[in-house]
Design a protein around this ligand. Structure first.
Ligand code: SAM
Length: 314
């Protein structure tokens, strides 16, 4: 029998065995394997199908996505998400000396639109920045290696970023943008970024819009530029907790507050980026137990984490 054809990256390398990132947290399991469900968990997932979100309701949620995230930030301001100090440990590309796009000029393609973006200034874009839990820890820890662009669908979140005491237009620019659309090109040029970070954001977007989102990221990056990705993984405990009446589509759910969340299979993410032309550098599930004996908390979490590079010859 003929060997099945192995999927390939844009540069011709095989994709079936992606390198795995080091486990940085004690107890993390970094693997290709999805969480194994118990009988009870399987039954809970089945139960969710008993009452699905209606197509009308689903369309309304999509049309009102901006409103729901804006209300989320009205209620929570900067109290909900924790500062993400782990990013430089797990994504070394964010640190000095690591220039993912090498010496490639930012002027390839269109000319830079921002005066801060001179030929050799390295630039990153934090998509779905929320209130700045990724960007401000970078500044706090002294990493001013990149000019930071930060965008979010919610104008209120962007406003909170702009009001932060570490916000400084010499080093950063926050702007409102729906990354699934062409809006981002009002601020950023094609082939202009060294790094794009996408941390718990793609899951908030309708699965039908994943390809247009990833295509935008591809266009924005310089050849050699890198996407740093982390998001909710398949069968994460938050997925298993949804009651009937919340499921919109396979692995896609509505929360009580109208925001939505998708839970990714590891190979689905690598495939999405590969299809858009990226080379997969690392891609895996991270299975983690968040244990706090004092508060009697033992929560199993599952994330998908990856790094994807736009080929030099793109
Ligand atoms: C779960 S939050 C994560 C926030 C932040 N990245 C973090 O990890 O703390 C998802 C964020 O994505 C933003 N978002 C949702 N859809 C978006 C879109 N189409 N374009 C840009 N941002 C979007 C939301 O407003 C929200 O701030």
């Amino acid at each position: 029998m003929a060997e099945p054809t192995k999927p390939q990256n844009a540069d011709g390398t095989s994709t079936d065995l992606f390198p795995k990132q080091t486990a940085f947290n004690l107890g993390d399991v970094v693997t290709d394997a999805a969480k194994t469900l118990t009988e009870a968990e399987r039954a809970k997932l089945q139960e969710q199908n008993k009452r699905m979100v209606t197509p009308f309701q689903a369309l309304k949620l999509e049309q009102e996505a901006r409103k729901h995230w804006d209300l989320f930030y009205k209620r929570n301001e900067n109290r909900f998400f924790k500062d993400r100090h782990w990013t430089t440990r797990e994504f070394g590309e964010l640190l000095a000396g690591e220039n993912p796009a090498g010496s490639v000029s930012s002027t390839q393609g269109e000319a830079p639109k921002n005066e801060n973006e001179e030929k050799d200034t390295k630039t990153m874009l934090e998509i779905g920045c929320g209130v700045g839990n990724l960007i401000f820890p970078l500044i706090e820890d002294g990493h001013r290696d990149y000019f930071i662009y930060a965008c979010d669908l919610s104008p209120r979140a962007v406003e909170l970023v702009r009001k932060h005491n570490l916000y400084d237009e010499r080093y950063m620019k926050a702007f409102t943008c729906d990354i699934t659309t062409q809006e981002v090109y009002d601020t950023l040029a094609i082939n202009s970024l060294d790094i794009v970070t996408l941390i718990f954001v793609l899951s908030a977007i309708h699965p039908e819009k994943f390809p247009s989102t990833v295509a935008n990221i591809y266009r924005l990056l310089k050849p050699g530029g890198v996407v740093l990705f982390r998001d909710y993984g398949l069968y994460d405990m938050a997925q298993l907790r949804f009651k009937p009446g919340h499921k919109i589509a396979e692995n896609f759910y509505m929360r009580q507050d109208g925001t939505r969340s998708y839970y990714f299979a590891e190979d689905e993410v690598s495939e999405l980026f590969r299809e858009a032309g990226f080379t997969v550098m690392v891609n895996s599930y991270i299975h983690r137990r968040t244990i706090n004996p004092k508060e009697k908390i033992d929560v199993p979490r599952t994330f998908v984490q990856g790094k994807y590079r736009k080929p030099e010859q793109a």
